[in-house]
Ligand binder design. Structure first.
Ligand SMILES: [Zn+2]
Length: 265
């Protein structure tokens, strides 16, 4: 690292720590968007310096001095190694919760570095709205605002052919209105309905093969779906697989022979 920059960063450390405490407070309070109006001082270190530090000494580059930190961030989150946004794909990258182009002062701020899969990272790009309702949920405060019992992911079977399972975000009425707005914003923004519907095709095919091969009756189909749903639910009430199986279970059309219909796959 450039020696003069090292000295400057050391001198700016109290300011960087102050910024960090302020930003952490906003994240915990569920109002990260307020950082847009904060005045983050970084002393002699410029925003460009911090962006350079991130690119060359934090990000996954060959000479990154903080590569261990980078890899550690990738396994942070509610479920190790799983993208906290789509709750399905593997984490493959570190994302800036507040884009570094918007607030360069937060380029190497640990609470601003969050794990994400490549697809979610790419979809979010440099978007960061000042509107409280148009926020993605911060991965490190995510388990706190959403209680495990709070159901918001729902689905319906649309009889085919091709049979499809359509997902939607619809938080319960008891959900905090701002949180509900954010859940829907994130679900729509990341196009999770499309992802979960596509993933369901494979599960529908596997279930159909099993039901035909083992001559399942409506009753054994229900038992089987219940078992699959309970297992998937272990990862959370809004786990797409659990919602899929509970939805199939509730569909008389599906259980009484609808499963034989070819789906979109
Ligand atoms: Zn993802």
């Amino acid at each position: 690292m450039k020696q003069d920059l090292v000295a400057k960063v050391w001198r700016a450390l109290p300011s960087l720590e102050e910024n960090s405490a302020h930003f952490q407070g906003l994240v915990h309070g569920g109002s990260a968007e307020r950082c847009l109006s904060a005045n983050y001082s970084t002393g002699e270190v410029t925003g460009k310096d911090l962006q350079w530090l991130y690119r060359n000494h934090v990000a996954d580059s060959t000479d990154g001095a903080a590569r261990d930190l980078y890899h550690e961030i990738k396994i942070r989150g509610p479920i190790d190694g799983v993208c906290p946004y789509c709750n399905h794909r593997d984490v493959g990258t570190v994302d800036h919760f507040v884009p570094k182009s918007k607030i360069p002062a937060l380029s190497i701020e640990p609470w601003n570095l969050v794990p994400a899969c490549m697809a979610c990272n790419k979809t979010m790009l440099d978007a960061f709205s000042p509107e409280p309702g148009e926020q993605y949920l911060h991965p490190y405060s995510r388990p706190f605002p959403i209680s495990p019992e709070m159901r918001w992911l729902r689905a319906e079977v649309v009889p085919g052919p091709p049979t499809v399972v359509r997902f939607r975000a619809e938080p319960e009425g008891s959900c905090d209105p701002l949180l509900a707005q954010r859940i829907v914003y994130e679900f729509d923004g990341l196009r999770l309905a499309e992802l979960y519907s596509k993933l369901s095709i494979k599960k529908l095919n596997a279930a159909r093969s099993r039901f035909i091969r083992d001559s399942f009756t409506a009753d054994t189909i229900r038992e089987h779906l219940q078992e699959l749903a309970r297992t998937a639910e272990g990862a959370g009430a809004n786990e797409w697989e659990a919602v899929l199986y509970y939805t199939l279970l509730a569909s008389d059309w599906y259980v009484n022979g609808g499963y034989l219909q070819e789906d979109a796959g």
